[in-house]
Design a protein around this ligand. Sequence first.
Ligand SMILES: [Zn+2]
Length: 345
Amino acid sequence: MGTVWMCYDPHIMEKPFFLWGLRMVESDINEFPIGNAFIKFSKSIEDRCEVETESRIWDLGSKAPDCYEGVGTVLSYLDRMGSCHWGCNGNDHSIQYLCGAVSSNGRAALRLIQMGFYDESLLIVRHIGEVANLLALFRMDGSNFEEWNLFQNRFTPAEVRARLKSLTNLEPPINSERYSALSHRFVHPNAELRPQLFNLVGVPTTGGKLQEAGLLVTLNELALPLAYACIAGALILNISDDLTRDIEAAAEHLLEQVGEVGLAGYEKILGATQTDDQTRDTLRQRGRDLVEFQKSLQDFWHTRTTPKLPLGRWLVENMPRGTNLEPPPRDDFGRPNPFLDETFQ
Ligand SMILES: [Zn+2]
């Protein structure tokens, strides 16, 4: 226990929160919607989160706004690289398709970030990281591309990383630590899963709620593989010297804007924050307030729904009275004694 990625920090929270759902984001709701009404309701909350995010991003330090802009520029280049914007070389387009897919993946990941779906965005980020490593491998050694393309060999992500490392003796763009962190926390279901947990008081949420830490972490994690995929793709396609230089410069600039608040840095920053006594007191109080608020919502909910009886009470009220069972008579000597052969010491 003790890391924010688990349920809660026992130094701050007295008990774990239950999940912060859409009802708690939208306090004005009277009847909880179902069907198409729920779809529209959740969309309205996601739309609101998107507007808040697009406004808030410009105030989040010096790097985040530049990183946001840089992601847009790199996505623009990847889109054009994927669609032969500067002319078609007539080849089989495998690299163009990979670049186009990364652009689509990146746009989808960005939309999810804007709508407060940080975990879901990181699922896509892991996939972009796989493509970034693959493109880097193809650029380093074209024989790998032939093997992959002509012979339809599928390389596992670990195999791609190992091949890259054997070629360069450097860590691949998306190394095994980053890949396994993404896999463990956001791809494979596990008992430590706490959805959208990007806040100091340890409240898991569903999507649609702006969390600044979630915004920074996912934006930085997205920027990294996008920039690497863009550089490797541009070098392989080699559209023209001038264009390749522009694309490289844009991707390198994006890499410089990637802040330290990534999957690993986030935990360190939270750990440092919690060593400050005053901050810890404030967080503890905020935690208590949230527990009270959630409890009041829960009570409110129960007043509007039929309470479920505890099992013990249900049994007392519903078990048949009396009994129809016929116990055997005491003089039933016809039955063999199963313990006759037993000796007791
Ligand atoms: Zn083409």
